[in-house]
Design a protein around this ligand. Structure first.
Ligand code: HEC
Length: 142
């Protein structure tokens, strides 16, 4: 009787374990992980100018000569969609709109230097980080 109870208990535990582990591999959980990662990157590389929550006018924006625009209005300013390709290229300093002599860092040159203070991020990591950053920006749109 006791043995049977133990077996039933362990089968149940294994089953519950399987159930509780499943969500961490689901698409939704993956999305929230990448959003959290994007938020960290944003906080380290962008917030000082574009504001803690993307509202513009972060602490480092004073005296730059050009006001960092808010990033919460990207969707509104671009026909209801975050212009992911534009933002990606802009951050890398690759659009015609980029003023490479302007205050915004050319991240293709300087890299995500606060996220990787010692360098060493390969292209693949940066690619994934970019997706995360864009996913985060999607979540803060007005
Ligand atoms: C040192 C301040 C600074 C930092 C750090 C910075 N930016 Fe900027 N950003 C600016 C300024 C100023 C502008 C306005 C154009 C210019 O002068 O370069 C701008 C413009 C932009 C634009 C164009 C917006 C539009 O509507 O045209 C995007 C997108 C952008 N930044 C995204 C980012 C992201 C994402 C990061 C972090 C990876 C970042 N910026 C980091 C200062 C900064």
């Amino acid at each position: 009787m006791t043995v049977r109870t133990v077996i039933i208990a362990s089968v149940c535990t294994a089953f519950l374990g399987a159930c509780t582990q499943t969500p961490s591999h689901s698409a939704a959980a993956f999305a929230s992980e990448t959003v959290a990662r994007g938020k960290t990157i944003y906080g380290q590389e962008c917030a000082q100018c574009h504001g803690t929550a993307g509202e513009g006018g972060g602490p480092a924006s004073l005296g730059l000569g050009a006001a960092p625009p808010d990033l919460v209005g990207l969707k509104m300013r671009n026909g209801g969609q975050v212009p992911r390709a534009f933002v990606r290229k802009y951050v890398l300093g690759l659009t015609e709109e980029n003023d490479l002599a302007g205050p915004m860092p050319d991240f293709a040159r300087v890299g995500l230097r606060h996220v990787y203070p010692k360098g060493g991020a390969d292209g693949e990591v940066l690619e994934a980080d970019f997706e995360s950053l864009l996913d985060y920006l999607e979540t803060i749109q007005q």
